[in-house]
Design a protein around this ligand. Structure first.
Ligand code: GLA
Length: 729
């Protein structure tokens, strides 16, 4: 609900359990007053304190009053170059070379429903479940306008933000920094949590106390990156999983980003989140507009788990779209680690035959089926079937796989081109390259200039033809290198600062076209695993391959960090062969299956290499996953332990929203001789209800939660146990 008190120009945005408030001051500045637990509607304007602070200048409109300074006031969308020295939110270069923008309130409108953003992903809601506040600010000197969008999805505790910049003046203006979100918190003694890592080790949480000055994570790789996720958290220093306040903020975008936080001189904190200003320069001619991507926030007073539950619900119900958002996803077997580039129709059919016996529902043919792609040095861009490997094209193979009772899917990497390809020979300037400078390779490939509509449309036409040639029900959309040599042959020198963003817009446009033409195809995102794991992609692809690392023990860490924002239903997770390809570690099939069940669940191995007993076990695990499907995919997810902290095991829980069932999964670490008794403590059960654990006599929910479930001594390293709690009365 969005409330507006005209007499004191106060806006209060209420969600189910949080409130967010700001006001327009007499000079037209938007001052932030509150973000925290839901309140009845009182004004927090009294928190805006003023004093004459040395070296904090005063706007001219204040006359000679020295107590009001933009440098000290908490603001919603601060002006720049006119007296606020904290991290800037908007930076412009005016036609006269000046770098100032002074934005003042003009008007506002409150509408039912949630705004959408043209060409960009955004959370959505039914008209009756959301509201939008649109505020127009204007610079009286240049005519530059900023239209701030606030969306409130009440039941999800979500507040969304976006901004459209309009050049309403009569001269061009260049935007050099346009953050989507600014949040000026009234206290600075906070913990910041970011999710960081590397290829095959993504989204490990790092928590630290805010220090004076600016702390920042960002990506300049053209995609969100394996190194830092564009979801971050703040919390009270004493907050944990089940207590203390916290808030999470995510950027709904898949390109360069920056999340910066400043603990200020007066112990407040400013957070900004948006497109990275690195190499960003977007020119607006008079009348032109620029829309910055959406950023969303969820506040919880019940610790991290309260925030996580709401993010998971919002991503499942208000971000993932299309048929597959809520449809039961197939248990798939991907051929990558089974065959790499070395396959033909016959081999795929043998794998499919074997997979069918175990209950696998979908065969995914990974990289290597097109052009002259026999290794990772050539063929990208040539999206036609390699008939030496697949005689007669896709149709006969897919038909034969379908006959075995399996659906069929395939891998593509549309944004890339190999120098050794027909596409590159025909259109060498379709790759991002700097004329006169040898191209930088990544995985021996170059990046196509998707900022050009004709480029993505050409690639798409080829892919569309292939997809239309057979019964394809799944596509894995990959992206296997970072952007370099970023120069578009189609744009003049002064517009090259737009290419990174235009590239992302091109990717989104092609994804949108794909979704329209093939609504029945399940799309899985991928970027060398988890290099583009973000809310932007989830608007188009309802699941994303979480990491190229399939080792069960490493996955515990990756999936733990991922779970703070992203629900199980979007986390691509598979059982692979041992010794594991990435770590060389050997874990049991049951452990690998239990870990993959904290995701979409599938296989990434050659079932022909398994023993009969292992294949039987695979069948049982697939049956078990099917039986637990709703609980796993739609249950509320709780992290019961922190796998980065010392301890004998890692555990998590999925609980039916009505408390009728729960699944507790435990994975032990290295075995220790004569170790202490271990106990896992479930959460979120109904205290008075009776639950049976794996079919044993029923026990009260409160007994289980506070007394815990004793773990049997199983012996050996890395062992998994699953406890199914079923309500009996
Ligand atoms: C990336 C993906 C893998 C696989 C290969 C194929 O690394 O993350 O899963 O598809 O590409 O080349």
């Amino acid at each position: 609900m969005i409330g507006y008190q005209a007499e004191n120009h106060l806006f209060t945005l209420h969600t189910r359990s949080s409130s967010y408030q700001f006001m327009v001051d007499p000079s037209g500045y938007l001052l932030h007053t509150y973000y925290g637990p839901r309140v009845g509607g009182g004004s927090f304007a009294y928190r805006l304190r003023q004093a004459d602070r040395g070296f904090s200048p005063n706007p001219n409109s204040e006359g000679h009053t020295r107590t009001f300074s933009l440098d000290t006031q908490p603001q919603e969308y601060p002006s720049s170059g006119v007296g606020d020295f904290r991290i800037p939110v908007l930076e412009v270069e005016n036609a006269d070379g000046s770098r100032a923008a002074d934005l003042r309130y003009q008007s506002h409108v409150i509408r039912p429903g949630k705004y959408a953003l043209p060409g960009l992903p955004a959370f959505f809601a039914k008209e009756e479940d959301a509201q939008t506040l649109e505020i127009t600010l204007e610079d009286p000197v240049t005519g530059l306008r900023a239209v701030l969008y606030y969306g409130v999805i009440e039941s999800r505790d979500m507040i969304t933000r976006a901004v459209r910049i309009e050049n309403a003046g009569d001269k061009p203006v260049a935007l050099t920094r346009v953050m989507s979100l600014c949040l000026d918190l009234h206290q600075g003694d906070l913990d910041l949590i970011t999710f960081d890592g590397r290829h095959t080790g993504e989204r490990h949480p790092h928590r630290r106390r805010l220090a004076p000055g600016i702390q920042m994570v960002s990506s300049t790789r053209g995609a969100t990156s394996h190194q830092h996720n564009n979801f971050i958290m703040f919390c009270a220093p004493d907050a944990g999983e089940t207590h203390g306040w916290c808030l999470g903020a995510a950027l709904v975008y898949s390109g360069n980003f920056e999340a910066a936080v400043e603990r200020t001189q007066f112990d407040t904190a400013r957070m900004t989140l948006g497109i990275s200003p690195w190499q960003f320069r977007f020119t607006l001619a008079p009348g032109e507009t620029f829309t910055a991507p959406e950023a969303v926030m969820i506040f919880s007073r019940e610790g991290f788990s309260g925030m996580t539950h709401q993010f998971h619900r919002a991503i499942r119900d208000n971000l993932c779209r299309g048929e597959w958002a809520h449809r039961r996803r197939p248990v798939l077997l991907n051929t990558w680690e089974a065959a790499y580039f070395d396959f033909d129709s016959e081999k795929l059919l043998e794998i499919a035959r074997c997979a069918a016996e175990t209950g696998v529902e979908l065969l995914v043919m990974d990289d290597g089926w097109f052009g002259t792609r026999n290794d990772d040095r050539g063929g990208l861009g040539d999206w036609f079937v390699n008939e030496q490997k697949l005689p007669g094209g896709l149709a006969p193979l897919v038909h034969a796989v379908n006959e075995l009772g399996l659906d069929f899917g395939l891998w593509i990497e549309p944004e890339m081109v190999s120098e050794d390809s027909r596409l590159f020979a025909e259109h060498p300037n379709w790759a991002l390259r700097i004329p006169g400078r040898p191209a930088t390779r990544g995985r021996s490939q170059l990046v196509l200039d998707f900022s050009r509509t004709e480029v993505w449309q050409y690639v798409y036409a080829q892919i569309k033809k292939v997809l239309s040639s057979a019964n394809i029900t799944y596509v894995k959309w990959d992206m296997n290198r970072s952007l370099t040599d970023v120069l578009s042959a189609a744009l003049p020198a002064e517009r090259q600062g737009e290419v990174y963003h235009r590239f992302v817009l091109g990717v989104y446009a092609m994804l949108e076209q794909f979704r329209k033409d093939f609504p029945h195809i399940l799309l899985e995102g991928c970027c060398g695993g988890g290099g583009r794991f973000d809310c932007g992609m989830l608007y188009y692809t309802p699941q994303i391959w979480a990491s190229d690392n399939t080792d069960a023990m490493d996955r515990l860490l990756i999936q733990y960090g991922t779970s703070f924002c992203y629900p199980v239903s979007v986390v691509g997770s598979h059982v692979s062969a041992v010794p594991n390809e990435q770590t060389g570690r050997v874990t049991g099939l049951d452990t690998r299956a239990a870990v993959a069940m904290a995701g979409t669940f599938g296989y990434e191995l050659d079932p022909r290499s398994l023993s009969v007993a292992e294949r039987q076990q695979m069948r049982l695990e697939i049956d078990r996953f099917r039986h637990l499907y709703d609980l796993i995919q739609y249950g509320d997810y709780d992290r019961l332990t922190d796998p980065f902290a010392p301890g004998p095991f890692t555990a998590w829980q999925q609980t039916a929203p009505d408390g009728s069932a729960a699944l507790v999964t435990v994975v032990t670490g290295m075995a220790r001789s004569n170790d202490a008794f271990a106990t896992v403590y479930p959460r979120n059960l109904l205290p008075d209800a009776l639950y049976s654990v794996n079919g044993a006599d029923a026990v009260r929910g409160d007994v289980l939660m506070y007394g815990g479930i004793p773990l049997p001594h199983v012996g050996g390293d890395y062992r998994a146990m699953q406890f199914e709690l079923t309500r009996q009365g």
